[in-house]
Design a protein around this ligand. Structure first.
Ligand code: M6R
Length: 627
């Protein structure tokens, strides 16, 4: 949601910023802009355009900008339409101060009234514009009082007057070759180079130029110059922040020959799952090692229950995790939408462990749920993909999913890696609580190790099939996805993938619920995707399979068009349904990691056929950093 890239140093500023913004496009945006300054210029030059970055580039071609420092922004509209005027950067009355902002200033109307009364003129509908005027006013007041404040001093005072969430980048023509950044909520990462400094909303925006990064914490400010970066709190007190060396290969954040990031990321899943498992299990001892934990095994074993909070796809992983943990560790698990958690007045239980699942680690609702859990006395663990993200810093333990950068807005490899991490956590808890012995643990680990190769097999066998199915089904108006037990969250995930990238209405349902209402929807136009895999060795799985077969018959009896996801070797299913996608056999709790792959492919090929913007679906942002 909104992307910020800033640069001060000897390189050509505009290409550095525009290229950085391009690498942040996945965050979602609907207008873009840039401001550039140089020591020779009394003003900051601003260029903005509605729509995609190429529109900004076209304007820049006609009106080239040059300078030694600058800041750029891609805006995801909240206050005011996505027009040129509302695009960032925003200026003060003099045009000598500019601001870019990610987040929401909740008290902007009140501040705008006060500043208007002091003579400030506003030219946009945005909340952000008030920040530039506020800084201008603070500097003016400090000059009038005979104690002029530098830019960072004025920003310190300004941020204390703001309520809401913000990541800010501020420039002043009066103090060239300097960028002031501040964070309260949305992420800011600072890149530290030789004779140059960078800021961005996310690592890929500047990874081509430096691997040495500092993640600002809430309440941090950074003052960037060519000479280096200093970090302070909002009172101007110096703070020490650790440099993180980013090992991601910048190429990982590129399409690498694939038509879309989403397709590349679907194909990266075997690697992502291997990396998430790597070094965390021992087939010799049967033990699970979950690295970055401040929680000892005894404390984990003592947990009376687990509360999981997450959003979107990560919430679906959480639901599947509930089945895994309850089955393997016999520990009760509650799953909440993070956006609902705080508002349902949860009952405090310090013995309950909080678990936050988030790809970005920056989702505002998930962070708010984490704070609520901690305030109620719970320890929290995060399952997160972005190293150093806020959720990880605030947690007592973190299990990183080593999926690598996920650029497509539709989450794919992060989801399968989250399922993998949850399976590892369930194994660990099962062992600690005495429900899994060494032989059982090793058997499950051996199955987990086979998952990446099975996904490779699915990618090879099901890709063409899904592309062909897309020809028949891309005109459908609605889709239903059905599953039972641990497969129900995968039905939800399949439906979410389809709706977010193809804009076809889709719903996931527990198969057994059909007769309580949704059966009324079924007719010959409705595709129904049913997860009907089975694990021959597991009586519970066999029972679930048989019940799902009955549900399929209820659908076909009403002329619904069933696409089944079934296990290789199933000779019954073919005669009951219109289409079957076979996947390799797997234990009940691991099958979801396989099942989701054809659902991702189906959604992808349908969206491509419909000509949709697969990587950046309309109205969506990759990291949702506002509540
Ligand atoms: O970064 P997070 O995992 O916290 O993000 C949560 C959701 O916003 C995210 O999963 C969203 O639903 C995806 N677009 C789904 O593909």
């Amino acid at each position: 949601m909104c992307g910020i890239v800033g640069y001060v140093g000897p390189r050509k500023v505009v290409p550095v910023i525009v290229e950085g913004l391009r690498r942040l496009e996945y965050r979602g945006y609907d207008s873009a802009g840039i401001a550039v300054g140089s020591p020779e210029s009394a003003l900051l030059e601003v260029c903005r355009a509605p729509g995609k970055l190429q529109n900004l580039e076209a304007v820049l071609k006609d009106h080239p900008l040059d300078g030694t420092y600058g800041i750029g922004h891609t805006r995801w509209a909240t206050h005011g339409r996505p027009t040129e005027e509302n695009a960032h950067p925003h200026r003060d009355c003099t045009g000598r101060i500019v601001v870019v902002h990610n987040g929401i200033v909740e008290n902007y109307l009140e501040l705008k009234r006060e500043l208007t009364a002091l003579g400030h003129k506003f030219v946009t509908e945005t909340d952000t514009e008030i920040i530039a005027h506020l800084i201008e006013q603070i500097q003016k007041d400090s000059e009038d009082a005979g104690a002029p404040l530098k830019l960072e001093g004025a920003v310190q005072r300004a941020v204390k007057l703001l309520t809401g969430a913000f990541a800010l980048g501020v420039l002043s023509a009066a103090e060239p070759d300097k960028i002031v950044a501040a964070r309260s909520g949305p992420p800011v990462v600072v890149g530290v180079g030789e004779g140059e400094s960078f800021i961005a909303s996310d690592v890929p925006g500047i990874l081509h130029y430096t691997r040495n990064m500092v993640f600002l914490a809430d309440g941090d400010m950074a003052i960037l110059t060519r000479q280096g970066v200093t970090f302070t709190d909002f009172d101007g007190n110096p703070v020490k922040r650790e440099l993180t060396r980013i090992h991601w290969d910048p190429i990982q954040a590129e399409k690498g020959g694939y038509k879309h990031f989403m397709l590349k990321e679907i194909w990266e899943q075997p690697r992502a799952i291997r990396d998430t498992t790597l070094g965390r299990i021992s087939l010799d001892s049967g033990k699970v090692f979950l690295g970055e934990m401040d929680l000892g095994d005894e404390e984990l074993a003592r947990a009376a229950s687990i509360n999981i909070a997450a959003c979107g796809t990560s919430w679906h992983a959480a639901l599947a995790g509930k089945y895994m943990i309850e089955r393997l560790a016999r520990l009760p698990v509650d799953v909440d939408y993070a956006s609902e958690y705080r508002y349902r007045n949860p009952i405090p239980d310090p013995a309950a462990l909080g678990l936050l699942i988030t790809q970005s680690g920056e989702t505002a609702d998930t962070l708010a749920a984490q704070r609520e859990m901690k305030a109620m006395g719970s320890k929290t663990i995060a399952i997160c993909n972005v190293v150093g993200a806020m959720v990880a810093r605030e947690a007592h333990g973190v299990i990183y999913t080593h999926a690598g950068p996920e650029i497509g807005v539709a989450s794919t490899k992060a989801f399968s890696s989250q399922l993998t991490a949850l399976f590892l956590l369930a194994l660990k808890l099962g062992q600690l609580r005495g429900h899994l012995d060494k032989a059982q643990s090793v058997a499950l680990m051996e199955e987990l190790i086979k998952v990446p190769a099975k996904i490779e097999e699915i990618l090879r066998s099901a890709s063409d099939q899904c592309e062909k199915l897309a020809v028949n089904f891309s005109n459908a108006r609605d889709f239903l996805y059905l599953g039972r037990g641990v497969h129900f969250p995968i039905a939800l995930e399949g439906a979410l993938k389809l709706k977010e990238i193809s804009y076809i209405h889709a719903e996931g349902y527990p198969a057994g619920e059909m007769k309580h209402g949704p059966n009324a929807l079924i007719d010959e136009t409705l595709p129904v995707v049913v997860l009907v895999t089975r694990d021959e060795t597991d009586p519970a799985s066999k029972l679930r399979y048989e019940k799902t077969l009955s549900n399929i018959q209820e659908v076909t009896a009403r002329s619904g068009r069933v696409i089944a996801i079934a296990t290789e070797g199933d000779s019954t299913i073919g005669s009951l349904v219109e289409q079957t996608i076979f996947i390799p056999p797997a234990p009940e709790l691991l099958a979801p990691i396989l099942e989701v792959v054809p659902l991702q492919l189906l959604a992808y090929y349908i969206a491509v056929r419909r000509g949709a913007d697969v990587d950046q679906p309309r109205n969506l942002a990759k990291s949702v950093t506002v509540e």
